[in-house]
Design a protein. Structure first.
Length: 199
């Protein structure tokens, strides 16, 4: 595989990711939900932290997180370049491209969305707003895909610790970038031997 193909795939993933995020941000109010099917929904939320809503506490937590993301993406970019030079397998190439594109997609939100959009609370946000909600490096990541395949299922009371509690599976809300990262990691886990072999 070549760097040109890597750039093309990364561009396509980033384009899809940003189009979906900008569309949701400029057409949905924060918390608004559209049911496509019972188990497939578009639910607009914003995530200030890492995956699964994790946050770093403190006034500098957000900037530390964003700088960490940039450093991680720089490391992944080198990994991609080095792997291509060593003629890596198609599995490793695909995984790294997916992880890199996904990480870069969420960095764009974190770095730029704070100065590009106004608040989404109680109103649809405007792109290139004259009253942005934040500053550079303090943007929020847009999430929207929600697939609650099993919703409000009550666990049997005899189960230890969780007995009698209601659960929803799958309750994560994510975006194209998150899906890209998860797929890349999944390829590395499932096809580990093939990924790190040479073809």
């Amino acid at each position: 595989m070549s760097l040109k193909k890597a750039y093309l795939f990364i561009f396509i993933i980033l384009l899809i990711d940003q189009i979906t995020k900008v569309y949701v941000k400029t057409h949905f109010i924060l918390g608004e939900e559209v049911k496509v099917f019972k188990w497939c929904r578009i639910l607009f939320i914003e995530n200030e932290g890492m995956a699964w809503g994790t946050e770093i506490p403190g006034s500098y937590g957000k900037i530390i997180l964003t700088l960490f993301r940039i450093a991680a993406v720089s490391g992944i970019a080198y990994w991609l370049w080095d792997s291509i030079q060593k003629k890596c397998s198609i599995y490793l190439f695909t995984a790294i491209v997916l992880i890199f594109a996904g990480a870069l997609g969420n960095i764009i939100d974190s770095v730029f969305y704070g100065v590009l959009f106004n608040y989404s609370n109680h109103e649809v946000a405007t792109l290139f707003s004259s009253k942005p909600y934040g500053t550079y490096f303090y943007g929020r990541v847009v999430d929207m895909f929600y697939f609650p395949f099993i919703e409000n299922y009550q666990l049997p009371s005899w189960l230890p610790l969780m007995g009698g509690k209601e659960i929803t599976f799958f309750n994560a809300i994510f975006n194209v970038a998150d899906f890209s990262i998860s797929t890349g990691v999944g390829i590395l886990l499932v096809f580990n031997k093939k990924a790190f072999g040479k073809y």
